[in-house]
Ligand binder design. Structure first.
Ligand SMILES: Nc1nc2c(ncn2[C@@H]2O[C@H](COP(=O)(O)OP(=O)(O)OP(=O)(O)O)[C@@H](O)[C@H]2O)c(=O)[nH]1
Ligand SMILES: [Mg+2]
Length: 242
């Protein structure tokens, strides 16, 4: 496993200190508010905000759109409808950076394009990549070919940008563990080879319906890890870390 970078306080999200901030981005009953790109939540205190563009890459059907729906606290569709162009979803995520008392807000602008439409229209990929701060590569645990495709996705998306963009890999369909086609050993080898963390996600329940499934606590580890990678990349660019 790729170790956390020690920049984000992962435990803060579930602590009582985070409550006023977390409550601001939620309606009652644990439902997340939706924000447009220009929207801003009203916190009691003025806190710093950092905006990042995060792009998604992975074979069609690996669960890119479903994962963004889960991370933004929206309902995940059981149906696969190819994303017809670039869809943008803004997620506001409060985080406490290690060494600072006050939290900051990460404004994550997720840009999701269907793999099929990207293959049909040449202009989609350059538009997607433009000014991207981070990329999440996707594969489904139930589809070995989507895991084997990741290096190709990397060269397609990163080109020479590879040194200055934050990277994360998400393995979807963890709920279908009986149908997994990628052994744990290969995931560990991948992380070692590329030094990129792989985080598993289940966008649905394996068992009985759990109303808290899409609640914040299941998204928090992924969002914290992504914010930490983005922050690290900024620190590297500023020459604060090597
Ligand atoms: N069981 C299970 N199904 C999932 C999961 N994530 C996504 N799916 C299903 O997989 C199918 C494809 O998901 P999408 O999110 O539409 O895939 P995509 O990567 O956005 O596909 P394109 O837009 O075509 O590139 C849908 O039927 C989802 O319901 C998961 O974690 N578990
Ligand atoms: Mg999609």
């Amino acid at each position: 496993m790729v170790a956390p970078l020690g920049l984000v306080d992962y435990a803060w999200t579930s602590s009582s200190d985070s409550r006023p901030y977390i409550n601001t981005i939620m309606y009652r009953h644990n439902i997340r508010k939706r924000y447009g790109y220009l929207d801003r939540p009203l916190f009691d205190k003025k806190i710093k905000e950092f905006t990042y563009k995060v792009i998604l890459s992975g074979k069609s059907g690996t669960g890119k759109t479903s994962t963004v729906a889960k991370l933004s606290g929206q309902e995940v569709s059981k149906l696969h409808r190819e994303t017809p162009g670039i869809e943008q979803t803004t997620i506001l995520w409060p985080c406490r950076l290690i060494g600072s008392k006050e939290p900051v807000i990460f404004k994550l602008k997720f840009c999701d394009a269907g793999e099929g439409c990207m293959a049909r229209f040449n202009h989609i990929l350059p538009t997607l990549k433009e000014n991207a701060d981070g990329v999440i590569f996707f594969f489904a645990m139930t589809d070995r070919s989507s895991f084997e495709d990741i290096p190709q996705q990397m060269s397609k998306v990163l080109g020479e940008q590879s040194s200055n963009i934050a990277k994360l890999v998400i393995a979807t369909k963890l709920d279908q563990h009986g149908r997994s086609e990628v052994p744990q050993k290969e995931l560990i080898e991948f992380e070692k080879q590329y030094n990129i963390p792989i985080i598993g996600v289940s966008n649905f329940n394996a068992g009985p319906v759990d109303p808290s499934h899409n609640a914040l606590h299941t998204s928090a580890p992924i969002l914290n890890c992504l914010c930490e990678r983005l922050w690290y990349r900024d620190q590297q660019e500023a020459g604060h870390v090597v």
